[in-house]
Design a protein around this ligand. Structure first.
Ligand code: HSE
Length: 433
């Protein structure tokens, strides 16, 4: 067998720990798969004198990132520090030094991947990022290689475990968003600053990557339409249930005649769909492609061992292809030539909607609402009106529409909100069929 491949890890936190412990535990099996051993020889950690729950005797620890990327005998650098500033600098430095790179950093790939891949291409090194999307699920591998025969039409993913956990708990326990968020923070599922997860930013990073490898387009994070789960009320969760749906936070990318849709938002999904039954912190990605048809990839989207599993899969891949001519390797974004397809503005997408309207129970209010909708060519699929809230004249009207171009729905909502009998804003959530 050839000498082991030498790896330097930047960051020995949760994922770094999961990666090192599995590399050590399954060393023989991994060597048998890769054709040679894969050993961590250097690591950069915040605390170099701490006792780690895995063997660090043969790992040279430093608290300086540059010490690792400048090590002449390291073949692969694993970046697990996160963020988009120092991580970008250090990855570019590693590439410049001729190192292959494995990263779990979705924000970095989504925002700077085009630049990183160009630098890697020039140097003839690989940058692998399986762990950046849906944690341990091998979705990059599946899309980029397993589905290489297919023209991909559509991807919908539950790609943020924190949001999925919060929505699941809201539905199962009837709790409010803020209560569940606090619980998620206590359990360590949500960060102290949960903005990236609950505002859809994390899902948008992952969707950017999925869309690029599905359609062979450059990474375009700034064009993703992004909406998080912070405005989902308990009332909407209950109405969804009554109508036969669950609310899921989805990342959706779709090939249409107008171009590529790129959007993350809360979505009504029929309860009978498999993806609607992905609960808690689990992730799943549904792909529709012309030859295979629908396929669904399910698993843990985070966690030390699960994410470490994806990092090690990349290490094995890189190890196997070290001697391959760069032109014969799997392209970073799946296609040898990228296409310049337009990204569809959110106002131009066509989808169905759930509308929740609070109105005063006056004569003709429902007739006004339905005529405004029909003026915009919006066809109603279902409608519920509850009796007035006790002690008031206030009624809740819930409407499911057939497909409509979003700008027409926006016009209708604007007109409805101006009616005297309407209280506050019209809640609207997209429905995915
Ligand atoms: N914060 C992410 C999530 C996990 O909640 O899914 C890592 O991507």
């Amino acid at each position: 067998m050839l000498n082991p491949v030498k790896v330097g890890i930047l960051g020995l936190g949760t994922v770094g720990g999961g990666t090192v412990s599995t590399l050590q535990k399954n060393a023989d099996e991994i060597a048998r798969r890769a054709g040679r051993g894969i050993v961590v020889t250097h690591a950069c950690a915040k605390e170099i004198n701490k006792a780690y729950p895995y063997d660090t005797d043969n790992i040279k620890l430093t608290d300086q990132l540059i010490d690792v990327v400048n090590q002449p005998d390291i073949d692969i650098v694993v970046e697990l520090i996160g963020g988009t500033t120092i991580a970008l600098e250090i990855i570019l430095k590693a590439i410049q030094n001729g190192k292959h790179v494995v990263t779990a950093n979705k924000a970095l790939i989504a925002k700077h991947g085009n630049e990183i891949f160009a630098a890697a291409q020039e140097k003839g090194v690989m940058v692998a990022f399986e762990a950046a999307v849906a944690g341990g699920i091998p979705i990059i591998k599946a899309l980029r290689e397993g589905l290489a025969a297919n023209e991909i039409a559509y991807i919908a993913g539950i790609i943020n475990g924190t949001s999925n956990f919060i929505l699941t708990e809201m539905r199962e326990k009837g709790s409010d968003f803020s209560e569940v968020l606090a619980e998620a923070q206590d359990l360590g599922y949500a960060e102290k600053d949960p903005t990236f997860d609950i505002e859809g930013v994390d899902a948008a990073h992952k969707l950017t990557i999925l869309a690029s490898i599905a359609f062979g387009i450059p990474l375009q994070f700034d064009k993703v339409y992004m909406e998080g789960i912070t405005k989902i009320s308990n009332e909407d969760v209950k109405f969804a249930d009554e109508l036969g749906y669950k609310i899921k936070h989805l990342g959706i990318t779709k090939r249409t005649d107008k171009g590529i849709e790129l959007r993350v938002h809360p979505t009504f999904v029929a309860k009978k769909r498999l993806i609607a039954n992905v609960e808690g912190v689990m992730n799943a990605v549904l792909v529709d492609s012309d030859a295979l048809g629908e396929s669904l990839y399910y698993g843990a989207g985070a966690g030390a061992l699960a994410t470490g599993s994806a990092i090690i899969a990349d290490l094995v891949d890189v190890t196997r292809t070290l001697t391959t001519d760069p032109g014969n390797r799997v392209p970073h974004l799946a296609f040898q030539a990228l296409a310049d397809l337009p990204i569809v503005a959110i106002e131009e997408i066509e989808t169905s909607y759930y509308l929740r309207i609070s109105a005063n129970d006056t004569l003709g209010v429902l007739a006004y609402i339905t005529s405004i909708l029909s003026e915009q060519n919006i066809n109603i699929e279902a409608i519920i009106q509850k009796e007035p809230i006790e002690g008031t004249e206030e009624v809740t009207i819930v409407i499911l529409t057939y497909k409509v171009v979003e700008k027409n729905l926006n016009k209708a909502i604007e007109t409805i909100e101006k009616l005297d009998a309407i209280n506050g804003q019209v809640t609207h959530i997209r429905v995915e069929n």
